[in-house]
Design a protein around this ligand. Structure first.
Ligand code: NAP
Length: 514
């Protein structure tokens, strides 16, 4: 069993007592009391003694990222005085360990030793040697190594260390890019993972909270065979996708976990990430959502690998979904265009094919507009692309205009003259915090036959949608497109029907909090 350890930096007794109680309440199995700043023997002894869960006592030195700057002798003396309070473990840095500590009594009682090594700058040079060295020391019960992830690829090395361990081992990467190693420690049988009690209260960067690990990242459901998914982008730390997909996995009891995967913006970084995750088979890396700036990179990578590419993803030149099949075969899809079309046709109560009967104004010529225009043109709509920068509208229209569908460009300020039945905003106008903006400041011809769709979903009800409602139009909220694209990804990832109601609820809850 991999333990969930609450990392508590002790400032004073009252704070530590409160944090320990919260840790137990939130479902931690173990508490690490970091006593670097709290070297009062009697008070520390009482804390250890009164802890509601087994305790690791640690006095981390400044050399390894802590606050203790005293001598080794002072530290060992302090730790020795805590032994009678019966902590379950004592952590000591490998470089400070020279001879057996004799913390354990003749009957084998007393605390066990965790030997540790930390590198806050990057991967330690002799990583494998360090772990073997610790594992060979008889006195050492648990070997611990933690380093700042240089990229998400470092997580693979941490997982490899766990997969090949000879003693109970902790291998964790720090920083935002190190989160997978913390979440997946359980999948690989790590001795423990550390989590903070409250957001920001942890002892190392990148520690999730206990509640996040348990409720968001499906800690209790994780096992050896759990399939791994994520959202690849730069940045991805505010993505709602982990919350949506993990909630959906839970809802249908699918054995998967989904996490943010920050990857530097270049194609080389994307490729290196994919290669490392795919090569490590015990990871069961099964697919990813892809967001800015990697949608073009994802398509290119799957093309280079000879994978299957959805026809419209190729036409759009961008993929937002990569699926890894059972034999490692890759497939790339674009669920954005389908999500937009389905949100639209559901409100209009028509089939996609019937879009051929409509004249649609698409506002914007960026990535979202591109997917929407490609989808509409595929189904034969007449499309007018309105954009502030006319040249971008010109080239988008030229690219998607065909014998099948007429696509013409126009200046955004001409939108009031548009004689279209459907208006789709794909600009960022009206998005939080500029909620008073609208790409259509005035439109006298709007009526009950007009459909207005705003892809912007923060806020849910944009000024554009409020104006359209006031004019009696039917409206489509951007959140529907957002939920649809995630639901389509879920189907590709799992082969199961998506629990759309749950997914929508998660999005609405997240948006209400933001
Ligand atoms: P993008 O590639 O950066 O394109 C932005 C578009 O907005 C361009 O056409 C740009 O015009 C236009 N624009 C920006 N500021 C403007 C201003 N002040 N006045 C007039 N036009 C302006 O971004 P994107 O990825 O296409 O995303 C655009 C919007 O779509 C986002 O805000 C997002 O809310 C929404 N979206 C929603 C979903 C969903 O699932 N609901 C998915 C993707 C995107 P220029 O070419 O002149 O710069």
């Amino acid at each position: 069993m991999t333990l969930l350890a609450a990392a508590i930096l002790v400032q004073d007794s009252a704070q530590a007592q409160a944090d320990m109680a919260s840790a137990a309440e939130h479902g931690a199995n173990l508490i690490e009391l970091r006593l670097d700043d709290f070297l009062e023997v009697d008070a520390a002894w009482k804390l250890v003694r009164s802890a509601p869960l087994p305790v690791i006592v640690t006095v981390r030195s400044t050399a390894e990222g802590g606050h203790f700057d005293g001598t080794d002798t002072e530290r060992l003396e302090f730790l020795s005085k805590l032994i009678s309070a019966q902590p379950a473990y004592v952590d000591l840095e490998l470089v400070r360990y020279s001879s057996p500590l004799h913390f354990r009594g003749p009957d084998g009682d007393g605390p066990r030793l965790i030997l540790s090594a930390h590198d806050f700058k990057g991967r330690p040079d002799r990583l494998n040697n360090l772990v073997s060295q610790m594992s060979r020391i008889e006195d050492c019960t648990v070997a611990k190594v933690a380093w700042r992830a240089r990229s998400v690829r470092d997580n693979v090395e941490a997982m490899e260390l766990l997969a090949t361990k000879t003693k109970p081992t902790i291998a964790l990467c720090m920083g935002e890019a190190g989160l997978p190693s913390r979440i997946l420690a359980k999948k690989f049988g790590g001795f423990l993972t550390f989590a903070s009690v409250f957001e920001g209260s942890g002892t190392a960067s990148g520690q999730p909270t206990i509640a996040e690990l348990r409720d968001l990242y499906r800690w209790n459901a994780m096992g050896k065979a759990t399939r791994v998914f994520g959202v690849v982008g730069n940045p991805v730390n505010h993505s709602m996708s982990p919350a949506i997909h993990n909630a959906a996995f839970s809802e249908v009891n699918f054995d998967g976990v989904y996490m943010p995967l920050p990857v530097d913006s270049s194609y080389e970084a994307f490729k290196a990430f994919m290669e490392s995750f795919l090569a490590f088979k015990p990871l069961h890396f099964s697919g990813c959502s892809v967001t800015i700036p990697h949608k073009e990179n994802a398509l290119r990578y799957v093309q280079e690998k000879g994978g299957q590419i959805e026809q419209l993803a190729e036409r759009i030149g961008a993929a937002n979904t990569v699926v890894v099949g059972p034999n490692g075969n890759l497939a790339a899809y674009n669920t954005d265009y389908a999500a937009a079309l389905d949100a639209l046709t559901a409100t209009m109560d028509i089939e996609r094919e019937e879009l051929a009967n409509y004249r649609v104004a698409v506002l914007g010529a960026g990535g979202a507009a591109r997917a929407v225009v490609a989808g509409l043109a595929h189904y034969g709509s007449t499309v007018v692309v309105y954009n502030r920068t006319k040249e971008k509208a010109d080239s988008l229209a030229a690219e998607f205009s065909s014998h099948r569908a007429k696509v013409v460009p126009a200046r955004l300020e001409k939108i009031c003259d548009a004689c279209c039945q459907v208006f789709i905003n794909c600009t960022s106008l009206g998005m939080h915090p500029n909620v008073d903006q609208t790409p259509v400041p005035d439109h006298p011809d709007w009526n009950g036959a007009t459909v207005v769709f705003d892809t912007v979903y923060t806020p849910l009800q944009t000024r554009l949608l409020r104006d359209a409602n006031a004019a009696g139009c039917r409206t489509v909220q951007g959140v529907e497109m957002f939920v649809n694209q995630a639901a389509a990804q879920f189907r590709f990832f799992t082969g199961l029907d998506a629990p759309v109601k749950t997914m929508r609820q998660v999005v609405l809850e997240r948006l209400a909090k933001s």
